[in-house]
Write a protein that binds this ligand. Structure first.
Ligand SMILES: Nc1nc2c(ncn2[C@@H]2O[C@H](COP(=O)(O)OP(=O)(O)OP(=O)(O)O)[C@@H](O)[C@H]2O)c(=O)[nH]1
Ligand SMILES: [Mg+2]
Length: 385
């Protein structure tokens, strides 16, 4: 798909099936963003409602016919589903439609594959991809054969192609896992060296495109890659940040910019990205960045909380940063620059900023200093009002 050699975007038809779950994205806006980021051109969209997915085709056969016709009319070369398809559904759909069919999981995997820069990031993506492919019996992993150089690659006589594929994938998964273990060990040693006693680590987390890297750059005056695309950041970047308070006390903390989260982040990816995501679980404070100008931000907050839960970072104290305030209309401007946000039953401190214009950043620094400096909390509460 997607990783085509040419630069021209592949025309794709997007399909969303409303199964009655909350937050169905009727405009397929996020899927369109994902598609574009992956190098597809969403030429047409189709949504439908169903009580439950059809076991064979995910959609009904009438709808499949409609998809086929619409794809033809618009010259779509690929079909992209907003939901995760089972291997059988994907295979049946491809047969029925005569076009390659992809799902949300695979698109996210492809974007990660395109973005991975560090050795560790590449290994993590490779592992997630292999795990995804291991459940699919279609031959999409011929690159593995090339990797093996064909030496001793063939199994005994009578081994079917599928068994061979399974075995190759299993071996590749084991190999990738053990290489990742080595990298993980190295990373732990590095972290131990960096994080001596009394170290204070802050991790920036949040939904993809919330402005995490922009905020990171503004706070530490760095130049991490920030762009209007999903998953611009995959590798963790860490810098030192000096925080001082009005009493002249101060200290250096480390600030990390991390990979963004998204709704239905594939499980394989969470698994594979454990090492990267671990950074957040071991932080002393999470800066949870939210794109306040996105109408879906309440759902995005929930999604981020879910991922934090999955990686064991839900108990790390949080500071909510409502970003992109410059993009809010006058009627939606915050009444106070700082307040409490109710997360379930729990009030969480919230600061409104614009990482782009710098509004609210001095206040954010104060809030951070209050958390990082002992006995700083009361001073901050007073000075913030
Ligand atoms: N209007 C406005 N745009 C912003 C602000 N902060 C970031 N952006 C824009 O939002 C887009 C995403 O910013 P990034 O900093 O790359 O977002 P991110 O959260 O790091 O995204 P990923 O790494 O892809 O998860 C970019 O186009 C930024 O210029 C802000 O305060 N106001
Ligand atoms: Mg980023």
């Amino acid at each position: 798909m997607i990783l085509s050699e040419s630069d021209a975007a592949t025309p794709a038809l997007l399909v969303g099936v409303d199964l009655g779950r909350p937050h169905f994205d009727a405009n397929l806006a996020e899927l369109s963003e994902l598609a574009r980021t992956a190098g597809l051109d969403p030429v047409a969209k189709l949504t439908c409602k169903r009580q439950a997915p059809d076991a064979a085709l995910f959609v009904g056969s009438g709808k499949a016919e409609e998809i086929k016709n619409l794809a033809q009319t618009h010259g779509a070369k690929e079909i992209l589903f907003d939901q995760a398809l089972s291997p059988a559904q994907q295979r049946n759909l491809e047969r029925e439609l005569g076009l390659p069919v992809y799902d949300r999981t695979l698109v996210i995997l492809e974007i990660f594959a395109q973005r991975a820069r560090s050795f560790e990031g590449k290994l993590q993506v490779e592992l997630a991809r292999l795990q995804y492919l291991s459940t699919r019996l279609v031959r999409r992993w011929s690159h593995l054969e090339r990797q093996r150089g064909g030496i001793g690659g063939r199994g005994g006589p009578g081994e079917t192609q599928i068994e061979l594929d399974r075995r190759m994938i299993g071996e590749a998964i084991r190999r990738t896992k053990s290489r990742l273990e080595d990298v993980k060990r190295q990373r732990q040693t590095q972290r131990k060296r960096r994080d001596g006693a009394g170290h204070f680590g802050i991790s920036i987390v949040g939904y993809t495109n919330a402005g995490k890297s922009t905020l990171f750059n503004a706070l530490v005056k760095a130049r991490a890659y920030a762009a209007d695309q999903l998953f611009a950041t995959l590798d963790t970047t860490t810098r030192q940040l000096y925080l001082g308070d009005a009493q002249g006390r101060g200290r250096s903390v480390s600030l990390s910019d991390t990979v963004g989260f998204i709704r239905d982040l594939p499980h394989g990816l969470i698994d594979a990205f454990q090492a990267t995501l671990q950074e957040a679980a071991q932080a002393q404070l999470l800066l949870h960045v939210v794109d306040a100008s996105n109408p879906d931000h309440p759902e995005q907050i929930e999604q981020v909380m879910q991922v934090l839960n999955e990686i064991g970072a839900d108990q790390v104290p949080q500071l909510l940063v409502f970003n992109k305030c410059d993009a809010l209309g006058p009627e939606r401007q915050p009444i106070s620059a700082h307040d409490q946000y109710l997360m379930g039953q729990k009030p969480i401190e919230r600061v409104f900023v614009s990482a782009r214009t710098g509004t609210g950043l001095p206040l954010l620094r104060q809030a951070l200093a209050a958390r990082a400096l002992p006995e700083g909390a009361e001073n901050w509460a007073q000075s913030a009002h």
